[in-house]
Ligand binder design. Structure first.
Ligand SMILES: [Zn+2]
Ligand SMILES: [Zn+2]
Length: 163
């Protein structure tokens, strides 16, 4: 099975693929996984009551590696949501990002996917140096700084260096 299908199977919610413009439009008003200000790589839909059925929406116009790492990140959020993780409370939004980042890197390392790990390391490093104005970017930045302190981060860097 290809890595994207494997992830789709792991997702507790349906995964929808759509053109990037559609995601930029959707995300206006709620958090999505931003690559930069005009690209949203993917997002987990807001929970009830705004939408009855939750889903993950993915941008088809980004690279395969970026799709894999983004989907792994969003599934991390989805699993926290179905498990009622404490990060789901409103005042734990940085923790929610941290959990999604951790799930993503653990999964990619376990399944030995060097290219997606490389893409993700790049993204996290960029997020850590964000000049953040908007609360979404502040959250991403704080979560990025947090994951970069973990052993998991070192392991991922070592893994891609050896590739
Ligand atoms: Zn969580
Ligand atoms: Zn996230």
């Amino acid at each position: 099975m290809n890595p994207l299908d494997q992830l789709i199977e792991l997702s507790p919610y349906p995964v929808i693929f759509a053109p990037g413009e559609e995601l930029v439009f959707d995300v206006f008003g709620f958090a999505g996984f931003m690559v930069n200000s005009n690209t949203v790589a993917g997002y987990l839909s807001p929970g009830p009551p705004r939408t009855k059925k939750m889903y993950i929406k993915m941008n088809v116009n980004i690279s395969k590696s970026a799709q894999i790492s983004t989907l792994a990140h969003e599934i991390g959020h989805a699993l926290c949501s179905v498990n009622n993780c404490k990060c789901q409370e409103d005042d734990h939004k940085i923790l929610a990002e941290h959990h999604a980042n951790m799930f993503c890197l653990k999964y990619l390392l376990k399944t030995k996917q060097a290219e997606p790990i490389k893409a993700y390391i790049n993204l996290i490093e960029r997020q850590a140096s964000f000049k953040a104005f908007d609360s979404r970017f502040v959250r991403a930045k704080e979560a990025a700084k947090k994951i970069m302190k973990l052993k998991l981060w070192e392991k991922c860097k070592k893994f891609v260096e050896e590739k």
